[in-house]
Design a protein. Structure first.
Length: 418
């Protein structure tokens, strides 16, 4: 990515002096590797990425313009040949046949020339041999070509600024509420469940951000609240005060939580111990029977790598009340691919951030398969119905403060009986 951006920016930039461009790119590269403040490093990564996206968009637009220009030129040539052929109808037969034959040969030649020219990116117009000068497009003059280069550079700059602003604003803004309707068999009464994932309270997102999220959740009047992993992104002793807004979470039946992979990175046990003091109930490889459903949770797949508190689906679903629907909390969506969740009617996950920045969501899909939204997971038991899976895009972000075509969200699940 960097090689493409740097080479393209230096070779094609006509609007800004080459040395100024080179200096900007060097500063950007240094900002990504030196031990600066966390937010500054992330900002440099964001700027590098948005510059890459801007260059790609402009290059795609330029390619489409060149292709359309060639197609229009080809269409004009065909129209000229058809017009010439029609004008021959009033001429003697032998002369007309000869001219039509020449016109067909010329059309075949022009078609082959057009198809071969599509394989090359630059447009180089060569003069046509007589007697067809009217069929050729005029070559682009040097001043006009320089002007077009400047237009392209300006477009890159405009898109770069727009994408940077959109990325920062999307990442740092309080997420909107997304309402998702889910029908569950055996559910006797409609329920409202507030769901958040991937808040990543740490070096960038602080208590003020979490307080606004809590305020928005409390306004939903939820029956219960679930936090599906990656709540924190730093050592607990550094962010205890930032987690205090969780104490203000309000719901009728409590707040429930499972850990994500980032809790393992920053010390799982101290984090869990502190969350218990904030009236948050931990559901690791166990379940609780609420008024209308069973709510179960498993620890994260990172437990397998750390060899500490690995996920155990069998313990989580042991002695479930089969007369009630069952909901499972699991941080990573790929958990449902390697474990039998057919006894659960709904699985709630996070982790993916909906890719966070497009088009990197493709690599998230390769790892997780389920990126964002509501899915039906085929049951591993022949007679069971598919299990519904909802993957949230999350509240916060990880790494650079940017979200691009991956809107963050607070989810309100509106559960209804079938």
């Amino acid at each position: 990515m960097k090689c493409y951006v740097y080479l393209r920016f230096l070779r094609h930039n006509r609007f800004i002096h080459r040395y100024i461009s080179l200096g900007f790119l060097i500063v950007l590269a240094i900002g990504e590797v030196l031990p600066w403040q966390y937010f500054l490093v992330g900002s440099c990564v964001v700027l590098d990425y948005t510059l890459f996206i801007a260059c790609v968009c402009v290059d795609i637009a330029r390619f489409c313009f060149n292709l359309a220009r060639k197609i229009v030129a080809k269409k004009r040539r065909v129209e000229v040949l058809e017009s010439s052929a029609q004008s021959l109808q009033s001429t003697p037969l032998n002369t007309a046949d000869s001219k039509i034959s020449k016109a067909q040969e010329r059309l075949s030649y022009e078609s082959s020339q057009f198809l071969s020219s599509l394989s090359t990116s630059p447009i180089i117009e060569s003069p046509c041999p007589a007697p067809y000068p009217s069929m050729c497009s005029q070559p682009i003059s040097a001043p006009r070509r320089a002007f077009l280069h400047i237009i392209v550079d300006v477009m890159v700059g405009i898109l770069f600024v727009c994408f940077s602003i959109i990325g920062f604003v999307s990442a740092l803004s309080v997420p909107p509420v997304k309402r998702v309707s889910v029908r569950l068999p055996k559910l006797k009464r409609a329920l409202r469940v507030a769901m958040i994932t991937d808040v990543h309270i740490g070096k960038t997102l602080k208590g003020a951000f979490l307080a606004k999220v809590v305020e928005r959740i409390n306004a939903l009047d939820a029956d219960f609240v679930v936090i599906v992993g990656d709540l924190v992104d730093d050592k607990i002793h550094k962010i205890k005060d930032d987690l205090e807004p969780l104490r203000e979470l309000k719901s009728r039946q409590g707040v429930y939580y499972v850990a994500g992979n980032h809790e393992y990175y920053h010390g799982l046990d101290p984090i869990l111990a502190h969350l218990k003091t904030l009236n948050v109930r931990i559901l690791h490889n166990t379940h609780i029977e609420l008024d209308e459903l069973n709510l179960a949770g498993v620890s994260d797949l990172a437990g397998l790598r750390f060899n500490y508190l690995p996920p155990d689906i069998e313990s989580a679903k042991k002695d479930l009340n089969l007369l009630k629907p069952s909901v499972l909390l699991a941080h990573q969506p790929k958990f449902v691919r390697s474990n039998d969740v057919s006894e659960f009617d709904l699985v709630l996950c996070g982790h993916t951030h909906a890719g966070q920045v497009f088009p990197l969501s493709f690599f998230v899909w390769l790892d997780q398969k389920y990126i964002h939204g509501l899915y039906n997971v085929p049951s591993k038991m022949p007679k069971n119905l598919p299990t519904q899976l909802y993957v949230s895009s999350g509240v916060g972000f990880w790494g650079p403060a940017v979200r691009f075509l991956a809107q963050n969200e607070i989810v309100l699940l509106e559960l209804e009986g079938v």
